[in-house]
Structure formats: structure tokens, C-alpha cells
Write a protein that binds this ligand. Structure first.
Ligand code: UDP
Length: 410
């Protein structure tokens, strides 16, 4: 009956990055495992329950990521233990009672943090609740960065800390997390990537309007379709155009509609490219297929042979599951920097910020099926498609939920 429903509070701050995406993925996996035996609430605690200046993290982050040097300074400054301690004391003094009200009104059986700024103050509040009400609510952290992690992700007072990778495990150990507090499954990602693709590649390419058997490079901007993507596409077309084989470039422009239209005008409008009977401006053996924000990234990744993208943790983990070699074209200073050696050290990608170099590297992969296959195998070997379900299962164990008794979704 309803009285047995376990409540899970996922706390985060919606500061870019995949925190919200990871929270939603965990919610979905808990539903998959335990159906309506579990109720999940996702809260941006600082925006919705913080006071000034703590409720300005989201716009501040947006500002700082526009001026990366300011973000880098903030990221480094907040690494100091004294900064973290100061933030904890002031944050608790100013926001503690509001956080306590949130917890007491929802009355969760478990709190999950998916954000580096949601450990210290929350754990103090839980200590208050323990003292005042003699109630102990378990608290776990799920790290949503990939190749490295900021120290504030780690608090020795957590019940469990889920890390996605060996490098993050090592940082966690340095920061005082004990091996028996730690679980290593992988990064939580969307349902579309919980399983390896089983359909034949040709079938998926057909569905997406791609030509069967033609080597294809996927180019992905961030969710916002950020800068430099058109320069990368231009360089790819120029370079692949000189090669003796056909190829396709699929450009995912995200929410950047202007960029998509620019690429369409340049590469897709045949009248504009007929060039009055003179030879066409663009090479005949490369076709460019621009898209806006796509909701079936798992299909596009299954259809492609490699990907050019910024070093976002979600996109890297997803590409690895689909066995795509990755050409990284940029990274956010701070949390995305360690994702570059993560990919290179595991042998499934490379990094350059120079469009012509990116294009040459991609072309060298596409013309060498052996090399592609080798890197693809290394990508798959480093990937963890079951991570999200594994984490949800472990959360279910804390809640004493039984996976085998789960109801199936009708
Ligand atoms: N994405 C998508 N459709 C698009 C562009 C991006 O679904 O058109 C998804 C992508 O698959 C990934 C997420 O957006 O899951 C980007 O997350 P990532 O961690 O790579 O970057 P961040 O969100 O940190 O900028």
C-alpha cells in the first residue's frame, strides 16, 4: 500500500553540467527498479531554499562560464579546505533552517546529492536533525564528473560515495573517503544508453536519412550548440573533400537555430551551390546534415563512426557506450579539464582546439577502418552502460526495497 512508499530527495544546483540530467537518470532508474514503491523529488536546494548570495549560484555560474577565467579562479579558490569550511559555516548559519524545513516537510528516507556544493551544509543539517529529533537519514553522494572531481564533492561523513572512474576514486581517497564507503559503477546517464545498441547500424542510418555504409562523423555542440562548431564543419568538409572516399558530417547544433540555418544555406541548398554552371564550391563526396537539438542522441551515436565534441562528461560516457572514438574540441576550465586525459589515456580519442587539426585527425580515423575498430573497442571497454541501474539498485538496498518484487510497468 501507499504507506510503504520510500521517499528519496535528490539535491543539486542546476549549474550547467549534467547535474539535472544525472538526477533525472537516477529517478528514472529507481522507477525502473522499484516502480511506485519509491517517490523521488529533485530539488535545486540553493536556488529554491537558499538565501542571498547562496541563491545566486545558477546565474553566477552562467556568468562565470561566459568568462572562463573567472570560473577557473572560483574553481581553484573553492578547492582550499579553508574556503570549503568557511562556506559550510556561513551556508549553515544562513540557510540551515530552510534546508531543515525542506527535509522535515518531505520527510525523505534517503538523500542523494549529485552536486559538489550539496555535501557540507546538508550533512550539518542532518546532524541537527539527528540531535533534535533523534532521526537518522542516510546521505549519499553520486559524483557526476568523469575524469576528475573538485574536492568539495567529498565529505567523509557520507554513508556512501559513488564514483564514476578510477581517477575520481583516487581523489576521493585523498579527500578522506574510506574504501568501504566507496562504490564505483560509472556515470549516471539517460535511459537510451542503458543498453548496447542491438539493431543493425544500416537500419538506424536509414531511419536517420543517412547513406548506408558511408563513413560518418558526428559533430556535437553543447546543449546550447556552442561556438566554433561551424568552423569545425568547414574544416571537416575541406579535408574530407580531398579524400578518395565518400563521407558524411552530421552536425548537431543544439538550440542554436542560427548556426543550423547557416550550415543549411551553405551545404544543403543545391540551388545556391550550383554556382552558375561553374564547378560546385563544395566537394561532391562530402555531405553535411545539420540538425537542431535532438532527443534521440543514442540513435545518432549508433549511426556514426566517430564524434567531435566538447569534453562534457555525459557526451563522453554516452559516446563510449556506443563505441565512438572521440575528437575533443574544447573543455570548460576546471571540471572538464581532466576529461581530456581520461579519453586520451584510455586510447579512444584525442584533443585539439584547432579546426584544421581536428579535421585531419578525424579524416585519418575515417580512412583507416582498423584504427577505427581498435579505438571503438577501447571506448566500449571503458564504458559502463549498467551504471545508472547499478547505482539505483544499491540505493534500493539502503531503502530495503526488494528489486525482485518490483511491479512491471504496464
Ligand atoms: N544532447 C542532446 N541533444 C542535443 C545535444 C546534446 O540530447 O542536441 C545531450 C547529450 O547527449 C548529453 C548532454 O546533452 O547527454 C550534454 O551533457 P554533457 O555532460 O556532455 O555536457 P554539459 O551538459 O555538461 O554541458
Amino acid at each position: 500500500g501507499k504507506k510503504d512508499v520510500k521517499r528519496v530527495l535528490i539535491v543539486m544546483s542546476d549549474t550547467g553540467g549534467g547535474h539535472k540530467a544525472s538526477a533525472l537518470a537516477l529517478k528514472d532508474a529507481l522507477w525502473e527498479n522499484y516502480n511506485d514503491n519509491v517517490d523521488v523529488r529533485i530539488v535545486d536546494i540553493w536556488t529554491d531554499y537558499g538565501v542571498f548570495p547562496f541563491n545566486t549560484f545558477v546565474p553566477s555560474y552562467r556568468f562565470m562560464s561566459t568568462y572562463p577565467i573567472t570560473w577557473k579562479l572560483f574553481y581553484e579558490w573553492t578547492k582550499w579546505p579553508s574556503t570549503i569550511m568557511g562556506g559550510e559555516v556561513v551556508g549553515h548559519a544562513l540557510c540551515g533552517s530552510r534546508f531543515r524545513q525542506l527535509i522535515e516537510s518531505y520527510n525523505p528516507d534517503l538523500i542523494v546529492s549529485v552536486h559538489p556544493l550539496c555535501q557540507h551544509v546538508m550533512l550539518r543539517v542532518l546532524q541537527d536533525i539527528r540531535q533534535m529529533r533523534n532521526r537518522n537519514i542516510p546521505f549519499v553522494t553520486v559524483v557526476t564528473d568523469l575524469g576528475g572531481a573538485h574536492p568539495s564533492w567529498f565529505h567523509p561523513g557520507v554513508d556512501l560515495c559513488f564514483v564514476p572512474s578510477q581517477p575520481v576514486r583516487e581523489i576521493a581517497l585523498q579527500e578522506g573517503i574510506k574504501p568501504d564507503q566507496m562504490r564505483q559503477y560509472g556515470l549516471p546517464i539517460r535511459r537510451g544508453f542503458w543498453q548496447q545498441e542491438k539493431r543493425p547500424k544500416g537500419e538506424i542510418r536509414d531511419k536517420l536519412g543517412l547513406t548506408k555504409g558511408v563513413p560518418t562523423c558526428l559533430v556535437v555542440g553543447g546543449g546550447e550548440g556552442v561556438g566554433g562548431l561551424d568552423k569545425v564543419v568547414d574544416a571537416l568538409v575541406a579535408c574530407l573533400g580531398t579524400k578518395p572516399f565518400d563521407s558524411e558530417v552530421v552536425a548537431i547544433c543544439g538550440k542554436n537555430g542560427a548556426l543550423r540555418r547557416r550550415l543549411e544555406r551553405k551545404y544543403c541548398d543545391d540551388a545556391a551551390n550550383a554556382n552558375n554552371g561553374y564547378p560546385r564550391m563544395r566537394p561532391r563526396n562530402v555531405s553535411v546534415k545539420p540538425h537542431g537539438f535532438v532527443t534521440n542522441m543514442e540513435d545518432f551515436m549508433a549511426a556514426a563512426d566517430c564524434i567531435v565534441t566538447k569534453a562534457g562528461p555525459g557526451t563522453i560516457a554516452e559516446s563510449a557506450i556506443r563505441g565512438l572514438p572521440i575528437m575533443l574540441s574544447s573543455y570548460l576550465p576546471g571540471q572538464e579539464e581532466p576529461n581530456v586525459p581520461y579519453v586520451i589515456d584510455r586510447g579512444f580519442g584525442d584533443y585539439s582546439s584547432v579546426p584544421s587539426q581536428i579535421a585531419r585527425r578525424v579524416a585519418s580515423w575515417l580512412e583507416d577502418p582498423k584504427k577505427l575498430q581498435d579505438m571503438s573497442g577501447k571506448a566500449v571497454a571503458s564504458s559502463r552502460p549498467s551504471a545508472t541501474i547499478d547505482i539505483a539498485t544499491e540505493l534500493g538496498e539502503i531503502l530495503a526495497l526488494n528489486k525482485r518484487e518490483r511491479k512491471r510497468q504496464s
